[in-house]
Write a protein that binds this ligand. Structure first.
Ligand code: NAP
Length: 248
């Protein structure tokens, strides 16, 4: 059987970077993208040294430069021969209270986490339809389940992404295209290291292993870690606003 491949956006750090190592370990070829090309090149060098059989293509990509996403994905498909899996993972979080924090920070969160992901999914689907198969995965968040203080745009962006992916799952229902949405709780990366409290925190190595397991199982949706779906997700939905208000 030919080797399988995964393209990851936001692969220069955090979950995307750790998943690149995990998927190389599991025998996948890699397409790695992010804005910081020098970090991607260092990661590619490190992976090539540890897993010499891995084919790795690296491309600088800012997902908010929407018109560049398709050409970069086409280039990666050419370099890898095919793309089996795309992880729309690039994301930012900029905390603050609406009306006090810079408007630009909230708009950039939506641009990156929603519009950037839509551009990524669109490019992936075009390639998947040309190939006749593919697996689309998006990194949403537990934040999709409840609007939290100091994170309004971030929570809204992840809720939008999850709903967008649900619609894509329905649109691709009769095609050989699988759709997975992952909702992590706190995973130890730069995106949240400044926070005082990170309940149920897991390491990025553990998080990326769980991501890889869920991707290989082609689950429709799951929390990361999986057990958070049992208590935390329903709790987030049910907690009264007076308690949610204290979390900011
Ligand atoms: N860590 C958590 O606890 C947690 C929980 C729930 C959801 N998530 C989600 O997981 C995803 C990855 O986050 P992380 O925790 O790994 O954070 P991270 O360590 O800060 O990594 C974020 C990645 O996104 C990339 N990125 C940011 N803006 C981009 C843009 N405009 N274009 C292309 N790439 C961009 C960054 O690369 P460059 O700066 O090089 O472009 C970096 O590789 C995000 O979608 C985040 O919302 C994380």
């Amino acid at each position: 059987m030919s080797r399988r491949s995964i393209v990851i956006t936001g692969a220069s750090d955090g979950i995307g970077k750790a998943l690149a190592f995990e998927m190389a370990e599991r025998g996948y070829d890699l397409g790695l993208t992010a804005r910081r090309l020098e970090l991607l090149e260092a990661i590619a060098e490190d992976i090539a040294a540890r897993y010499p059989e891995t084919q790795i293509a690296v491309e600088a990509l800012d997902v908010t430069a929407y018109e560049t996403v398709q050409p970069v994905f086409d280039k990666l498909a050419g370099a890898l021969g095919k793309i089996d899996i795309v992880l729309a993972n690039a994301g930012i979080a900029r905390g603050g209270r609406v009306g006090t924090m810079p408007l630009a920070d909230n708009l950039m969160t939506i641009d990156t986490n929603v519009s950037g992901a839509i551009a990524t999914v669109s490019a992936a689907l075009k390639i998947f339809r040309q190939q006749g198969h593919g697996h689309l995965v998006a990194t949403s968040s537990l934040a999709a389940y409840r609007g939290m203080p100091r994170n309004a745009a971030y929570c809204a962006s992840k809720a939008a992404l999850s709903t967008f992916m649900e619609a894509v799952r329905a649109e691709t229902y009769k095609e050989k295209i699988a759709v997975t949405v992952l909702h992590p709780g706190y995973i130890d990366t730069e995106i949240n290291r400044h926070l005082k409290s990170r309940p149920f925190l897991i390491t990025v190595e553990k998080g990326s292993k769980i991501f890889a397991d869920l991707i290989e199982k082609k689950v429709a949706r799951a929390t990361v870690p999986v057990h958070l779906a049992g208590v935390l997700r329903p709790l987030l939905k049910l907690l009264p606003t007076r308690l949610i208000a204290r979390m900011g």
